[in-house]
Design a protein. Structure first.
Length: 183
């Protein structure tokens, strides 16, 4: 009987801790209007680094520190990838997995339904699917900040992005998410 009570007590404590971290992540996301960060992105083994600003919902501006000085910008409707050697790619944002990552309300609603996984005792992971997109989001286990995601891009390449030096609710330029013109 004592063993059964111990097991039930342990399950209740574990469930409360998981519920508490889920609530903390949701509260943290709800308080964020924009977030700036450094990133490291691994697409099928190719590593790129840079800096990004996300403004919810659906807006992002990333400047890569690669040789081509690539930029990735979404104004909430379109996504442009442009580089200094003349490459220019325009996509509707709603056709990409990034559309869901840039929608904190979508992430919050999915987190409420999803089971969480604790990884390496440092990260909390949620996995969900939407329109043939499998999306994994990772949060810091201590401060509950978004620290990365894993998706397949529109070409079905595995995309793993890690965030660092995270700053929330900074003053940002109004025209930061303006789509650049093709040269």
């Amino acid at each position: 009987m004592k063993k059964l009570i111990f097991i039930i007590f342990t399950l209740l404590i574990t469930n409360k801790a998981l519920s508490s971290s889920k609530e903390s992540i949701i509260d943290n996301l709800m308080s964020i209007e924009n977030v700036s960060f450094d990133f490291e992105q691994n697409i099928n083994g190719k590593i790129e680094k840079g800096k990004c600003v996300i403004k919810y919902p659906h807006k992002i501006n990333c400047k890569y520190s690669n040789l081509n000085k690539k930029v990735l910008i979404s104004n909430g409707k379109s996504l442009v990838i442009k580089n200094s050697n003349g490459g220019y790619y325009l996509y509707p944002i709603d056709k990409t997995a990034l559309n869901y990552i840039l929608d904190k309300n979508f992430i919050i609603s999915e987190i409420k339904k999803a089971d969480e996984k604790i990884m390496e005792n440092k990260f909390i992971n949620y996995t969900f699917s939407k329109n043939d997109n499998e999306i994994n989001v990772f949060f810091d286990n201590k401060n509950f900040d978004l620290v990365g995601w894993k998706t397949l891009d529109i070409y079905k390449n595995l995309n793993i992005t890690f965030l660092s030096s995270i700053l929330k609710n900074q003053k940002i330029k109004k025209d930061l998410f303006k789509i650049p013109l093709k040269d």
